[in-house]
Design a protein around this ligand. Structure first.
Ligand code: PLP
Length: 321
């Protein structure tokens, strides 16, 4: 499909609002609507652009945005650019969030959280977030960048798995889907609003039509084919890895498997030692993560084999760190 799409040019030619709107873009948006069972989808060139575009479209001065303290940098930048009042709540602490929602008023209020946290591999209580938003009249924006394709039936993400429909679900194509770009899955009205108001969408060249076609093919693989079998393999790897190494944190099912070491230099040294042993596991340091929490971030995949996991087991057992 991607090869066929090359015939109409690799580049979109301009913003989609000018002459860059191709059939492949529209078909991709329809495919995501069908996959996630929503009325409206808007695609973006990246997850960064999607978070910034959505948050600056929905929020303005006088509004309040409640953000988990470990939300991704693109969420933080979107909140800042919106010029709404930003209220940060401690990581996954719905008790504090609830008291903030009780006390802090604004014209429009919106809660934003990741569902599977990118550097910690733990999960937001998505049902709890949705319930709080409903009780306190706030909108819910959920960044499922790492959960899409990984959790839920047909890989629809964590919200779908627990029966929650956020006001806006942000997903990326650059992770489990294996291409690049991102989307906001929402109502028809909000998708139309994003078309007209999201500056990271309006004032940016449309994504490559060939890429859109490749992404649509990839979604078909994630939804059907052996997608469920791959998700089961991935979950088995995640559970087995943690069973062997109790120092690995994050949710038991999470493919993001951090080993929090603490010291920056020790983390980078360990990362290099692992590489020498044939294992590519990136060291992550501040400011990406808070001071004193530098870590090795293992990323598990369904493509890994038991042999790969054994290699990591041996390396970790003999590691000097
Ligand atoms: C939670 C989260 N949101 C958004 C993004 C940004 O996505 P993209 O890389 O497509 O810009 C990332 C990572 O890159 C992420 O981890």
């Amino acid at each position: 499909m991607a090869h066929a799409a090359m015939a109409c040019g690799v580049g979109a030619g301009s913003s989609r609002l000018i002459v860059g709107n191709h059939l492949e873009h529209v078909q991709l948006e329809r495919a995501v609507e069908d996959w996630l069972r929503v009325d409206g989808v808007r695609t973006f060139s990246s997850g960064y652009a999607a978070n910034v575009g959505v948050l600056t479209t929905l929020l303005r001065p006088g509004d309040v945005v409640f953000s988990d303290e470990l939300d991704h940098a693109s969420v933080i930048d979107g909140c800042r650019l919106s010029r709404a009042k930003i209220v940060v709540y401690p990581h996954r602490d719905l008790g504090v969030l609830e008291s903030q929602l009780r006390e802090i008023t604004g014209s429009r209020r919106l809660v934003v959280s990741e569902s599977l946290f990118s550097m910690d591999g733990d999960l937001a209580d998505v049902r709890g977030l949705s319930e709080l938003c409903r009780r306190h009249g706030a909108y819910l924006v959920l960044d499922e960048a790492h959960a899409i394709g990984v959790f839920g039936s047909e890989g629809r993400g964590l919200a779908a798995e627990v029966g929650v429909v956020p006001d806006v679900l942000i997903g990326t194509f650059g992770k489990a889907i294996g291409t690049s770009g991102a989307f906001a899955a929402t109502s028809r009205v909000v998708a139309d609003l994003l078309w007209n108001r999201a500056r990271s969408f309006v004032f940016s060249t449309g994504t490559s039509p060939a890429l859109a076609a490749a992404t649509r093919t990839a979604i078909g693989i994630v939804r059907g084919g052996d997608g469920d079998a791959r998700r089961q393999t991935l979950e088995r790897h995640a559970r087995a890895f943690r069973a062997t190494h109790p120092t690995i944190s994050g949710d038991l099912r999470s493919p993001i498997a951090p080993w929090i070491v603490g010291d920056d230099r020790r983390v980078m040294r360990t990362s290099h030692e692992l590489l020498a042993a044939g294992i590519f596991a990136q060291g992550i340091r501040p400011p990406t993560v808070p001071e004193g929490t530098a870590r090795i971030r293992f990323g598990l995949s369904a493509g890994h084999t038991v042999k790969h996991l054994e290699l990591v087991d041996r390396a970790l057992t003999t590691s000097r760190a």
